[in-house]
Design a protein around this ligand. Structure first.
Ligand code: LR7
Ligand code: MN
Length: 531
């Protein structure tokens, strides 16, 4: 049975959507919906349809279609940003580049309109790059819509190039002084462009806006955490982390000042066009999606530029839980080749560490031709990855020559590690299965200053009662001293794997207690060789 909900032809399952639904332009705003960045609430019946259509875009298309493409948004900037007056006469001009593949009509148009209505005259052009979309509404309908908009032009790639290829295509046609990249499901807020242009003018920086959250379910605009750093895990997955203490201190003293970040998320940034090309644009060998953000961040820092976030430019982005489009060649192949390229060219000896623990990526490393990018690195006289870690991200948790790296096994059998289900989130420390081999999830870094670090920036901390994994900080409770087979806190207590009637000892809690003969206090340090 086909269910008609509003102007939607529903009743199709997400995996098997009819051409009818996919190709229809359903944009039909409801007065007031989503204004001020408020959430849109659907009726129970609409929710069913929204669920069915969810897989098309991995966000709620019904909600998006109800919201005006020129909706109002809150001004979430810090007051000290709101009072800055920019000398518009002396700022560079901008080409905004938005690449898309099968984006929803209303979301794409809202991205474009938000730029048009909230940018000063320094906005020279908005370049849309269609990366081989196959939805009918993105054809002539979009051409017609774009023709009516001043400054907006559209480029089409007949073949799927991936976001790197599409952005390069846009950048090649840009006439502005500064390139500003945005994803196709963003909404910019008041005063977003001026701080980007103000900083990008200096010709040595890739400057990112502060990225806020557009809910994929309701499209509400929510402020994201005030200070964040872009960085990555041992598997080279992009992560948001707490900035260093120094950055936090500077931020509180000067909340409108751009601050450095080890990496960018990738989709939203501005850079002087000359700098973008001088540093080698993008690696054209990168496919579809992924890793280009780390490659660009490392290249920027290692080759004499910087990556920064300006808190005064606020842009909302729809974060999606899963990717809605197809990856020609297979998602694993696409991601692995991009990661292999980035690691091979930029990470020096840390590439060996990465490949050792990611054999599927290592397997295709030799098939990647990165000669041009290695030449680029040499010609630009770029610095080492060690320099990057030491200078840009000294708080990193990667192993180094000075840091012990390996597995720490309790005499009762279990290993010290982060429970697999909660990486990144931290949580109580417990014994984990040591496995049969040196597995990256069981490996820890033990720093000369006494921090026990796991992947994802987690440090072992003696909490109230139990030992816990927490984001690494200056907290003295994260300092451990190795005394023979024991690990001691500053107060001289011993890290203890407690007995919990559990024969295997896996899952048993840990705490720091008075040192005794307890076998739960005896640890074996098994160094991981060759990493
Ligand atoms: O084949 C493709 N062709 C495209 O044109 C695949 C994608 N695209 C377009 C797509 O329509 C979108 O406009 O490229 C843009 C980015 O793709 P998304 O939205 O699927 O990416 P994402 O937001 O999930 O992922 C982040 O990391 C990516 C790594 O390749 C890119 O750098 C994205 O731009 C980046 N997005 C952001 O940084 C926004 C903040 C999110 C975070 C964290
Ligand atoms: Mn995105």
């Amino acid at each position: 049975m086909r269910v008609i909900v509003g102007h939607y032809v529903g009743g199709t399952s997400g995996a098997n959507l009819s051409e009818d639904v996919i190709h229809k332009n359903n944009y039909a705003p409801v007065l007031g919906a989503g204004e001020g960045g408020r959430p849109v609430v659907l009726s129970p019946r609409e929710l069913i349809t929204a669920k069915e259509l969810y897989s098309l875009h991995s966000y709620n298309i019904l909600v998006s279609d109800k919201i005006s493409i020129t909706r109002s948004l809150p001004d979430v900037r810090n007051p000290s940003c709101q009072s800055i007056e920019y000398d518009l006469e002396n700022l560079p001009t901008a080409s905004v580049i938005i690449v898309f593949h099968n984006e929803a009509w209303s979301t794409l148009m809202r991205t474009v309109m938000s730029v048009l209505i909230r940018s000063p005259s320094l906005l020279k052009q908005v370049i849309l790059v269609d990366d081989a979309s196959d939805r009918k509404y993105l054809g002539k309908d979009l051409d017609d819509a774009v023709k009516k908009l001043d400054k907006v032009l559209i480029l089409r790639s007949p073949e799927r190039r991936g976001l790197v290829g599409a952005r390069l295509m846009g950048a090649a046609s840009a006439t502005g002084d500064v390139l500003v990249f945005l994803d196709a499901h963003c909404e910019v807020t008041k005063g977003w462009l001026e701080p980007l242009l103000d900083r990008a003018g200096s010709d040595d920086v890739f400057i990112c806006p502060h990225i806020d959250l557009l809910s994929e379910d309701t499209l509400s605009y929510t402020k994201s955490i005030d200070a964040h750093w872009g960085a990555f895990s041992w598997r080279l997955h992009f992560r948001w982390l707490m900035p260093s203490n120094e950055v936090m201190k500077n931020k509180s003293e000067n909340p409108s000042k751009p601050y450095p970040t080890p990496a960018m998320a990738g989709g939203l940034f501005a850079v002087r066009k000359s700098l973008f090309w001088r540093l080698g644009g993008y690696d054209e060998g990168m496919l579809i999606w992924g890793a280009e953000n780390l490659e660009l961040s490392w290249r920027a820092w290692q080759c004499g530029a910087r990556v920064e976030i300006t808190p005064c430019s606020r842009v909302g982005h729809i974060f999606r839980r899963r990717s809605p489009y197809r990856y020609p060649g297979g998602v694993t192949h696409v991601l692995s080749s991009n990661l292999a390229r980035a690691a091979t060219v930029w990470m020096d000896e840390w590439a060996d560490f990465y490949f050792k623990f990611n054999p599927s990526v290592a397997a295709i490393r030799d098939s990647q031709n990165v000669g041009d990018r290695v030449d680029l690195r040499r010609n630009l006289k770029c610095k080492s990855f060690k320099w990057y870690l030491d200078n840009v991200w000294p708080q990193h948790f990667f192993p180094t020559n000075e840091r012990w790296f390996g597995r720490i096994r309790n005499d009762r059998g279990a290993c010290l590690g982060v429970v697999a289900a909660t990486p990144g989130l931290g949580g109580p420390a417990a014994g984990i299965d040591c496995g049969t081999d040196m597995d990256i999830d069981r490996l820890l870094v033990f720093t000369p200053e006494g921090k026990l670090m796991a992947d994802e920036g987690l440090c072992l901390e003696q909490g109230n009662g139990r030992a816990v994994w927490k984001g690494c900080s200056d907290n003295g409770k994260q300092i451990w001293e190795q005394k023979g087979p024991r690990l001691k806190t500053k107060e001289g207590l011993c890290l203890t794997l407690m007995k919990n009637n559990n024969k295997e000892s896996v899952g048993d809690p840990m705490t720091a207690k008075m040192c005794t003969n307890n076998v739960g206090q005896i640890w074996h340090f098994e160094r991981c060789l060759g990493a």
